[in-house]
Design a binder for this molecule. Structure first.
Ligand code: ATP
Ligand code: MG
Length: 593
């Protein structure tokens, strides 16, 4: 490929909307271009990288016996209605109407279609197991498209689905996928971790995520210092604190005027109601009650959806983690509890909410869930449900109860690891892959049954497995770049080698052209910077660094002495070799790496 005719313009200026350096460089180096928020064009250079990522994914999927097919992106509503996702997906789903007023959607993920395809074609346990996959464009109207191709509204996903007759089969399919994912992400060449994922109602270790370790990521994961425990914070399950003996005296209401915040409360407690044991009050002695409004999707009883206040009780030195909460209440969405809501629910006194007035069986009927660190028998300072008043020594089990627990408190570095060994460290990551034992959820909803060995109809059990293919390009860029540009790993680089004609004169261009052809003849993919005229060697070097092909060959000043320079883009190491040996030297560099 000659750069003089390549459809490429590198940019000096950073795009205005680029949050992350990788995004900035992919735009500047001419790999992608924004069309609209979260919607990108893949230019020739970008498409070459994308195709290589796809090829790796495809190869490893085929290696575990998965078969490729391709579903449309434009889909009818009915299957998604059968699983309730037509409504559950909420605003993230692109819905459209055709000229006959039929509802359609742009597929955000394809469990329904795969389930129906297997139902269409298979009838017996003898047909199973089968794993099917596609590498296909997905659509999600993301609330916050971000960082270029990392979170798009149109993006390419590899999604696969396994179909088995029983749980043991599903486990085998899952393990095979897991192993394939390890090989894929090893080959893609960025740092990643495998963490337990939130699996909604499924529970257990039935779901894992592959996260690229990256400070700019939107996911937070926790790792133990003492064991191999690793989990997305959304999936971390804090153990229930064991009951403690009640030692507190009777609960008493105290005046705490002007204390809607925990800090103000602790201060006034210390000044006016010091503890009998002499220890200072801390925020951890208080029980904070956070109220949110849940917006439930439509169901048969509530065709318009419905709203429900939910109060979460947790120690006053903890915060609610919105993401942990979100997955616990899904498919309901969370909205802030506004002044108008407080007016509608007078049982909730802003700043002074206490659990005595809460619970599904209480007069208010408002659901109350507790953080699992709150032990039966423990005593708390908490709101007295009256402006300017708190209650001291309110004991769980004696003076108040809850409707259950919820894992929504934010985790902190140094918290004990849930597996009992070591403490937690927290870091950020980008979700690259998700493997998930779905079980029979979709098969049941859509009636996928086959005859088992005894001739009995049995519901098929499924797994679903995703990889963000376009996202992977963004993450590889992000993880490998340096101060001057992109720095592709060999397996996904748009070309193997970048030959730069750095100078003037027919002779130099002839030598560079010959070298480029020689490399191509040996099976390498070559980008040849043959641009003549006003483009200086300096500009060409800058472009080569920006574009990030792993091996750069400079045909320049040294040519007078019969030498060319081979440069490693990543390490910056350079060496001169005689022109006649250049092809072999580059080949061994590319192949030997
Ligand atoms: P996230 O939590 O990042 O929104 P998700 O849990 O919605 O991801 P899945 O439904 O499991 O993602 O999709 C499988 C894979 O598709 C993800 O692991 C991710 O790599 C990729 N992916 C998901 N959403 C996007 C997006 N908006 N843009 C690019 N890739 C995406
Ligand atoms: Mg996921």
């Amino acid at each position: 490929m000659r750069m003089s005719s390549l459809f490429l313009r590198t940019l000096r200026e950073d795009p205005a909307d680029a949050e992350l350096p990788g995004h900035r460089l992919l735009v500047r180096a001419g790999y992608v271009r924004r069309v609209a928020p979260g919607i990108y064009t893949w230019l020739p250079m970008g498409l070459r990288v994308l195709r290589k990522v796809e090829a790796i994914v495809r190869e490893e999927m085929e290696a575990i016996g998965a078969q490729e097919l391709s579903f449309p992106a434009l889909l009818p509503k009915e299957p998604y209605q059968a699983t309730n996702r037509w409504t559950e997906y909420g605003d993230n789903l692109f819905r459209l109407t055709d000229r006959k007023d039929a509802d359609l959607l742009l597929g955000p993920t394809h469990e329904e279609m795969f389930t129906l395809a297997v139902k269409d074609m298979f009838t017996s346990y003898k047909d199973l197991p089968v794993s099917l996959f596609q590498v296909q464009t997905k659509y999600r109207d993301e609330a916050r498209p971000r960082a270029g191709v990392l979170r798009g509204r149109e993006f390419v996903m590899k999604d696969s689905y396994s179909f088995d007759i029983d749980a043991a089969g599903l486990q085998r399919s899952y393990d095979a996928h897991r192993a394939a994912y390890v090989r894929i992400f090893d080959r893609l060449g960025f740092e990643y971790v495998v963490v337990q994922a939130d699996s909604g109602a499924m529970g257990g270790s039935a779901s894992e995520e592959f996260l690229a370790v990256n400070e700019g990521g939107e996911d937070t994961f926790a790792r133990s210092t003492g064991s191999d425990y690793a989990a997305n914070v959304e999936a971390v399950e804090i153990p229930q604190a064991p009951p403690v003996e009640v030692t507190a005296g009777p609960a008493r209401v105290v005046d705490t005027p002007g204390t809607p915040t925990i800090e103000a409360l602790v201060e006034i407690l210390q000044a006016q109601h010091p503890r009998a044991d002499g220890r200072a009050w801390t925020a951890a002695d208080t029980l904070k009650n956070v109220v949110v409004m849940l917006v439930h999707p439509a169901d048969e009883e509530h065709p318009e959806g419905w709203r429900e206040p939910l109060v979460i009780g947790l120690p006053g030195d903890r915060e609610v983690d919105p993401k942990r909460l979100e997955v616990k209440v899904a498919p309901a969405e969370i909205e802030p509890f506004e002044a108008a809501d407080f007016a509608r629910y007078p049982a909730l006194v802003r700043g002074y909410i206490g659990p005595q007035a809460l619970g599904e069986d209480s007069a208010s009927g408002i659901r109350y869930l507790l953080d699992p660190s709150v032990a039966q028998g423990s005593a708390w300072v908490t709101g007295a449900n009256e402006e300017g008043k708190h209650v001291v020594d309110l004991v769980l089990g004696r003076d108040f109860t809850a409707d259950g627990t919820i894992q929504a408190a934010a985790l902190r570095e140094g918290d004990p690891s849930p597996d009992g060994t070591g403490t937690l460290t927290l870091a950020r990551g980008i979700e690259m892959g998700h493997i998930f034992q779905l079980g029979t959820k979709y098969a049941e909803a859509l009636g996928l049954k086959v005859l088992d060995e005894n001739g009995k109809l049995t519901t098929v059990t499924m797994g679903s497995y995703g990889i963000g293919v376009t996202r992977a390009v963004g993450v590889i860029a992000e993880d490998t770049l340096d101060d001057v540009g992109l720095c592709w790993p060999r397996e996904v680089a748009p070309f193997d080698v970048h030959v730069v004609a750095a100078g003037k004169g027919e002779e130099l261009f002839a030598a560079a052209g010959e070298l480029a052809e020689g490399l191509e003849a040996r099976g390498l993919e070559v980008l040849y910077d043959d641009r003549a005229g006003k483009i200086s060697p300096g500009v060409k070097f800058k472009d080569a660094e920006l574009i990030g092909i792993p091996t750069i060959v400079v045909v320049g000043k040294g040519l007078a002495d019969g030498l060319v320079e081979i440069k490693d883009r990543r390490s910056g190491e350079r060496r001169e070799v005689p022109v006649a040996e250049a092809v072999d030297a580059v080949l061994s560099e590319v192949r030997g790496a």
